[in-house]
Design a protein around this ligand. Sequence first.
Ligand code: HEM
Length: 155
Amino acid sequence: MPKRIHLIAGILAPLCIATFFLSTVLVELFGSPAAVAQVKSLIVTPGLWILVPAIAAAGGSGFFLSRSRRGRLVDTKKKRMPFIAANGLLVLIPCAIVLDRWAAGGSLDASFYLLQALELVAGAVNLTLMGLNVRDGLRMAGRLRGPAPRASAAS
Ligand code: HEM
């Protein structure tokens, strides 16, 4: 059961961040202010209500699964988790809430885009860290091969 929870949450969390990221970039490049406000609102509700439990479930089930594991991959995954959680709680959630309020109030000004840029950078960082955790997790679960061994000098 924890393995299944970890797999689902471990795919869902990066998928949420990627969806928020892409929809934000697309709507802010090509959408009307009303469409921007709509997307910013959807990112908060239901978006954050899916993302936050998914990150918590991925972290919690990951630490549970790691009790019986040793090695570099699991240690590196453990070290990435506090950055993923802190970035989510301290940057992504507050940014999403404030951007939603500003967009709803029609203030798509310089402050909005500055905060938006910060949110996109934090999102890209979390997406990278989560992507690395997915890759290492799939390797540990035997679903992904490690880097191919170097060809020997003799061959
Ligand atoms: C948001 C963070 C994380 C993501 C996105 C993530 C993602 C994944 C994915 C996709 C798998 C493959 C599961 C499968 O194929 O069944 C996996 C496996 C695994 N993850 Fe994570 N993980 C995260 C955090 C953690 C943490 C913090 C730990 C604890 C150190 C951890 C420990 C493990 C272990 C031990 C496995 C192997 C499970 C097995 O034996 O099949 N993960 N992870």
